[in-house]
Design a protein around this ligand. Structure first.
Ligand code: ADP
Length: 362
């Protein structure tokens, strides 16, 4: 099966409400693309449009260069894994895994080999004769993945595949999925998640979704270092987002002038948002110094997270190797290098609410 996925202006509506709005997105052959966004942003709908379980109101879906928009799911060459596993409870593991190739009408003689191969890939070879109820949650998830792989898909669709697992199993399965992809380097993966750690760990690129639309797309590093919207800045990693007025290579924040990288796109005098990552904010005097009052200190192992109130705005600084943090209420000075700041268009409307929520969760 050839791989690669292309959404070409794909829109989906339920009862007149648009839940996916003109999605244009390409997943290259062999690439892992995460669809990251809050609940209800349209991620699963996009995935189901690739699988063939929802019909777009407009636009086309391509798999391996072939227009599959009108094809039924079983003719699209996809494997799919959903959150609830959806194993058949009355079938042994081997029959669950054989289900796909049988439905595909693969030659009978090929099926045992395909089942063995898929169970081998997922480290479940010893469990072929068991029933799903005789397996742990993590093992059931492996069988669900084996079942998806047994059709030898060009495209693997994963919908929150780890969200039913506890935290420890989840990190083990993340490593497993990464290994699996190394063994199947030609398979394109579309991975739906609301968990930025999963997206940052697994994905070659992340497509950030919010309210039915694609907001940003790039490698994890690009999105982290150079987010293009406030939404991305706050959804991929933590961010200090300062309301500023743009100048020329400077901005004004709460009456103070701060230096920012040259060549920003904001017009002089325009409202904008300055994004500075907490780990790039230092304690003590330096460039772009800001004086404030320490509100709270959280110890986080390798760092201390300092919350500092500066002119009515609460800033976060993740400081390494701080032996004796100052007490809450102390006057402190924070600073950041001009090149570590990113100037963004001022966010408006509901995105500001999302930002506040993310900030509240640290
Ligand atoms: P996400 O995966 O990002 O959580 P979904 O794609 O599942 O979001 O849903 C996007 C929006 O579409 C939500 O508001 C959801 O309630 C709505 N929706 C999803 N499936 C249906 C359906 N079958 N009928 C009506 N509305 C739906």
């Amino acid at each position: 099966m050839t791989s690669g996925i292309r959404f070409d202006g794909v829109s989906v509506a339920y009862g007149g409400t648009v839940v996916l709005d003109s999605l244009d997105l390409t997943v290259e052959p062999g690439e892992v693309m995460a669809l990251l966004g809050p609940s209800g942003s349209g991620k699963t709908t996009a995935l189901r449009a690739v699988a063939g379980f929802v019909r777009p109101a407009s636009g086309r879906v391509f798999i391996g260069g072939r227009d599959v928009t009108g094809l039924p799911p079983y003719r699209r060459g996809i494997g799919m894994v959903v959150q609830s596993y959806a194993l058949f409870p009355h079938m042994r593991v081997e029959d669950n895994v054989a289900f796909g190739p049988r439905a595909q009408k693969a030659p009978r003689s090929e099926i045992p080999g395909r089942v063995a191969e898929a169970l081998e890939l997922t480290d479940m070879a010893g469990y072929a004769r068991r029933y799903p109820r005789e397996l742990s949650g993590g093992q059931q998830q492996r069988v669900a993945i084996a079942r998806a792989l047994a059709v030898r898909p060009g495209v693997l669709l994963l919908d929150e595949p780890l969200s039913a697992l506890d935290a420890q199993l989840r990190s083990g399965m993340l490593a497993e999925l990464a290994r699996l992809h190394r063994e199947l380097p030609d398979v394109s993966v579309l991975y739906v998640t609301h968990d930025q750690v999963e997206a940052l760990t697994l994905a070659d690129r992340i497509a950030v979704m919010d309210r039915a639309r694609l907001r940003d797309c790039g490698t994890p590093e690009e999105l982290y270092r150079r987010p293009r919207t406030e939404f991305t800045a706050s959804f991929v990693g933590n961010a200090n987002l300062l309301p500023v007025t743009a100048g020329t290579d400077t901005v004004t924040f709460a009456g103070r002038e701060l230096k920012v990288p040259a060549g920003g796109s904001a017009a002089r005098g325009a409202a904008a948002t300055l994004c500075v990552r907490p780990h790039l904010v230092g304690l003590g005097d330096g460039p772009n110094a800001l004086r404030g009052t320490l509100a709270e200190v959280q110890w986080r192992g390798a760092t201390h997270r300092l919350y500092v109130d500066v002119a009515g705005h609460r800033l976060m600084a993740d400081v390494r190797e701080l032996r004796d943090p100052p007490p809450p209420g102390a006057e402190v000075v924070l600073h950041f290098a001009p090149d570590d700041a990113v100037l963004l268009p001022a966010g408006a409307g509901p995105e500001a609410g999302v930002r506040a929520e993310v900030a509240a969760h640290g």
